[in-house]
Design a protein around this ligand. Structure first.
Ligand SMILES: [Zn+2]
Ligand SMILES: [Zn+2]
Length: 374
């Protein structure tokens, strides 16, 4: 099968991307799906901060590659032995397969799936590959999906079935933003009813964390970001207080508001400063949970004695500690009941051809979620 896809040949080209054009729309070829594989017609794919890290080189991936890891679509074709989906089924794509066999999957923590992580690092599918070709040259899969394309050849284990009447634009958000944000609030942070939480960084993940904190019953939800527009959006989603992140005083402001600090801080800022402010905004005994994937060279140091004597916790959260097959259907139900209005995260829709310009918007943090519609 042949289809159009956004191909990245080289990371680290200069900003603005509208001028350097790191992504080019090319015709990609894929073989028919092998055993355990599925071809999905992509209907909506959104841009996430992690996609920017592919383009700017903060995270190293094998090149060339077709990025895109937050999407929804319709099953077009299935390979031998595929039983979980059939052509015509609507699906959300998930960026780490749940192999079901590795030690992490067996202990119920598919967000750490070892085989899926290895396949992602190598730019191939769980079932093999890489299978994408451009003029006979191998092109790598991004996180087993490569969703900035008209079609995606994926492992059956990269899919979760969704209701047929759920609009694709909203559906696309569940695989990354919603699981990473709401899951972080509900599972990685495990906010209890009545507790206080500060969320640093209000992109798709941070705003979803606000929604997760509302779902968890947090009494006080303090949103922190430099953008007034994003703070207003956070308030409309249930944040009780908003703090402008500029000037380096955000942690102090949170501590003042809460007389000593919050029970939990969630850092979704993708910056060391944001993480540091989140940490400093917690009370003694508080917990800081981060979803920030910064450049691997970035280090954070802290006083070990302070961690012990003040009984502090620092925790990383990947995919919000979610079990996609369990949590995506649950979050969709909450969305449809109006209790998790993820549609408000979508600030712009665009075509695949506008992708370089969209990366400028992402880099300037102007938009929350921009969704490519096919
Ligand atoms: Zn993402
Ligand atoms: Zn696994």
């Amino acid at each position: 099968m042949k289809f159009k896809a956004a191909v990245l040949r080289k990371s680290g080209l200069p900003h603005p991307y509208a001028a350097s054009r790191p992504l080019s729309i090319e015709t990609i070829e894929v073989p028919p799906p092998a055993a355990g594989e599925v071809i999905v017609a992509i209907k909506a794919a959104s841009l996430c901060h992690s996609d920017l890290s592919v383009v700017n080189g903060d995270r190293a991936w094998p090149m060339p590659i077709v990025p895109g890891h937050e999407a929804a679509g319709v099953v077009a074709e299935i390979g031998p032995g595929v039983h979980s989906v059939k052509p015509g089924d609507h699906v959300a794509l998930i960026f780490l397969t749940q192999c079901g066999e590795c030690e992490h999957c067996i202990e119920g923590r598919p967000s750490l799936c070892a085989r899926g992580t290895q396949a992602n690092r190598e730019g191939r599918l769980l079932s093999g590959g890489p299978r994408l070709k451009l003029d006979g040259q191998t092109v790598h899969h991004h996180m087993g999906l490569s969703a900035f394309a008209e079609y995606a050849l994926v492992s059956e284990k990269s899919l979760v079935k969704i209701p047929d009447d759920l609009p694709f634009v909203e559906a696309s958000l569940f695989g990354c933003a919603v699981m990473c944000g709401a899951g972080t609030a509900l599972y990685s942070t495990a906010i209890r009813p009545g507790q206080s939480v500060a969320v640093f960084g209000l992109g798709g993940v941070g705003l979803s964390a606000v929604l997760g904190a509302v779902t968890a019953g947090a009494a006080r939800i303090i949103a922190v970001d430099p953008s007034q527009g994003k703070l207003d959006l956070a308030r409309s989603l249930g944040a009780t207080d908003c703090i402008h992140a500029g000037g380096g005083k955000a942690a102090e402001a949170v501590r003042e508001l809460t007389r000593g600090g919050v029970d939990h801080a969630i850092d979704a800022s993708s910056t060391l400063d944001g993480f540091s402010s989140a940490f400093e905004s917690t009370r003694r005994g508080g917990c800081t949970v981060t979803t920030s994937l910064t450049h691997p060279s970035q280090q954070f140091s802290f006083s070990l004695a302070r961690i012990v004597a003040e009984a502090r916790t620092i925790k990383g959260s990947y995919i919000g500690t979610c079990v996609p097959g369990r949590d995506i259907p649950a979050f969709i139900q909450l969305y449809r009941q109006g209790r998790m209005p993820v549609d408000k995260l979508v600030t712009r829709t665009l075509t695949l051809e506008q992708i370089n310009e969209a990366f400028d918007e992402l880099s300037d943090a102007e938009e929350v979620r921009q969704v490519i519609v096919f």
